[in-house]
Design a protein around this ligand. Sequence first.
Ligand code: FES
Ligand code: FES
Length: 164
Amino acid sequence: MTHVTLTINGEAHQAEVEPRLLLVHFIREVANLTGTHIGCDTTSCGACTVLINGTPAKSCTLLAVQVNGAEIQTVEGLEQNGQLHPIQQGFFEEHGLQCGFCTPGMMLVGKALLEQNPNPSEAEIRRAISGNLCRCTGYVNIVKAIDSAGKKMREPAATGAPTA
Ligand code: FES
Ligand code: FES
């Protein structure tokens, strides 16, 4: 057994695990965060995508021990203080999901893209999600959802007038 500590959505999780434990199983079964899905277990579908130190990665492709000490973000970490993240608002408003199975991975890939490239072209969005499959064939609305989230993230932050 090997000791692994991961920070997931800002919270430390540690456990003694088998060296062969996949990161996705650490997230789902040790941290009990089941928003990260398993679609194929063979690096094909992207349903298990999380952000590792801000970069999208397929968590069925990594062992938990390989990322010991990393900062992981999962779909559960998008909402903050009851406020949906713009990427969640984008998927909601643009009907970017049907069954929702691919959605956590799609949203995390979209978020990472917009943080690197705040105003991506359609081609850049399509390239970013090219490792993530949607079996409901909802790509048109997924692209619109990420584009919409980018527009929201580019809006100047509400300043709020000072109160007298
Ligand atoms: S479950 Fe990881 S890529 Fe499909
Ligand atoms: S919404 Fe069903 S797999 Fe994408």
